[in-house]
Write a protein that binds this ligand. Structure first.
Ligand code: KIV
Ligand code: ZN
Length: 524
């Protein structure tokens, strides 16, 4: 049995940060991650200082179960949590998945709104309360840190919420989470809902109240903050606001709002804010979900002053137009990490510092060889380059049906670009030439002419890994084959090569179960 050490409910000035990037965030189409990627993100979340990492949904798939177990082994300071529906099988899988965690939590949920109970669950109120209480009791066999969520709480009857929360508190939960599952609420309503629940639920002071807001109306962060002002002391959120549909409340915005407006919230978190940007970048590299430039805190323009009046003001006195310092959330000039003369030991040490663990010597050698090639082409190697290198490498673990042997594209003004491609497919060399409306189109048409995958291209995205024209281009390609959505990645100083690599990476993932989306592929 794992034990809880989470902040005591009585600690009214401490806000618990519960990150669900690896669970709710992973429910974004094409954002599913491999175990190795999840461990990298979990380590970075721990470094960021989140209190609880929701690592997945153990009963969803064997892959999800194993990833949660691996994270439970790897993480020492944050609590590691698994989601579970309120049924015995789910709870036992979740309990087993977190059993080796230094601090483990089971988070069980059941829907409480009339519409969900009637149409989805086909259960009466009595049955729902009974299932919730039973689930909590089974979860307590595995850990004393059990959280209960009333799914679709924003559309649930207040009297029923009070009833079910009374019952699960009596059964022994430590945290009660109130989700706005469909992003329906408004800040005023959400704040009122918390005020009312804290007033009406018996023994409300004996648990931590948590809020979990979706962003369908763009109000997730505002609703979360309203809940905090009315007594919530845990916030469930994701990096970059990743998540189902319009996403979840963004961790970085909640944390910085409570920090910058301490006068209003009078609350602290355990977040090391200078790790915010590196975490945002890592999540975006791994999932292929890039951050819009004008996104608060982590967008490329978040601290850029374009107008002359603003620039003049900032130069004279920074606080004229800046309410927080860019460096406090991790914006600094790129840190030079390694160069072409750096040896294997320095390379390994830097990966360790970044929380990147390479399991075998063979994998390290392969990665080091790729680092040397990159360092030959690009004199300065930054942390971001190393992350891109590792992300491009992680798919080395999966069987590769498609291997890039040679590629050339010719592009002349006024003429259709032509791509020549040589692929190894199932060990056989195949060659093709294709033209397209642009060089990327020609390259992808050439790949499809050989692969015949029939997959639909859902996203093609290029980001510069660092500044400067010698930057690596980091490409994400999202493919959809009969509803199965995967994202492939490639990074190279040649953007065309990176694009071809990303497409082939996605095709290789389509051949494996490694990136199965737990919420759609295997959950019954
Ligand atoms: O949005 C939601 O209701 C959830 C619950 C499972 C907590 O993600
Ligand atoms: Zn959710």
């Amino acid at each position: 049995m794992t034990t809880s050490t989470h902040t005591q409910p009585a600690d009214a000035t401490r806000l618990i940060i519960f990150d669900t990037t690896l669970r709710d965030g992973e429910q974004s189409p094409g954002a599913s991650m491999t175990q190795e990627e999840k461990i990298r993100i979990a380590r970075q979340l721990e470094r960021l200082g989140v209190d609880v990492i929701e690592a997945g949904f153990a009963a969803a798939s064997v892959g999800d179960f194993e990833a949660i177990s691996a994270i439970a082994h790897a993480i020492k300071h944050s609590t590691v949590c698994s989601l579970a529906r309120a049924n015995e099988k789910d709870i036992r899988r979740a309990g087993e998945a977190i059993q080796h965690a230094a601090k483990g939590r089971v988070h069980t949920f059941i829907a409480t709104s009339p519409i969900h109970m009637q149409y989805k669950l086909r259960m009466s109120e009595d049955q729902v309360v009974e299932a919730a209480v039973k689930a909590v009791k089974i979860a307590l066999e595995y850990t004393d840190d059990v959280e209960f969520s009333a799914e679709d709480a924003s559309r649930s009857e207040m009297d029923f919420l009070v009833r079910i929360f009374d019952a699960v508190i009596q059964a022994g939960v430590k945290t009660i989470n109130v989700p706005d599952t469909v992003g329906y609420s408004t800040p005023e309503q959400w704040g009122e809902r918390f005020a009312m629940l804290l007033q009406r639920v018996s023994n409300a002071q004996s648990v931590v109240w948590s809020t979990h807001c979706h962003n369908d109306l763009g109000l997730a962060v505002a609703n979360t903050l309203a809940a905090v002002q009315h007594g919530a002391r845990q916030v469930e959120c994701t990096i970059n606001g990743l998540g189902e549909r319009a996403g979840n409340a963004a961790l970085e915005e909640i944390v910085m709002a409570t920090r910058v407006r301490k006068d209003l919230f009078n609350i602290t978190t355990g977040i090391r804010s200078e790790e915010i940007l590196p975490t945002s970048r890592l999540v975006s590299t791994i999932t292929g979900y890039s951050v819009q430039p004008n996104k608060a805190i982590v967008g490329a323009n978040a601290f850029a002053h374009e107008s002359g009046i603003h620039q003049d003001g900032v130069l004279k006195h920074r606080e004229t137009y800046e309410i927080m310092r860019a460096e406090d959330v991790g914006w600094k000039t790129n840190k030079l990490t390694l160069g072409k003369l750096s040896g294997r030991a320095a390379f390994r040490a830097r990966l360790d510092d970044l929380g990147i663990q390479i399991e075998t010597d063979e994998a390290l050698n392969e990665l080091f060889a790729r680092f040397k090639i990159l360092a030959d082409r690009k004199s300065e190697i930054f942390d971001e380059d190393l992350h891109a290198l590792v992300s491009g490498h992680h798919s080395g673990h999966i069987p590769k049906r498609f291997i890039l042997n040679a590629f050339e594209v010719t592009s002349k003004m006024g003429q259709k670009p032509i791509a020549h491609l040589q692929l190894g497919i199932d060990g056989q060399e195949q060659t093709v030439t294709a033209e397209g409306s642009g060089p990327v189109d020609a390259a992808f048409k050439a790949i499809e002419a050989l692969a015949q995958s029939g997959a639909q291209l859902e996203l093609y995205q290029v980001n510069a890994v660092t500044s400067g024209t010698d930057s690596q281009g980091e490409v994400a390609v999202r493919l959809n084959l009969n509803g199965r959505i995967v994202t492939g990645q490639g990074a190279d100083t040649d953007v065309m090569v990176a694009s071809v690599m990303a497409y082939l990476d996605a095709l290789n993932w389509l051949q494996t179960a490694g990136k199965a989306n737990p919420q759609t592929d295997e959950v019954m």
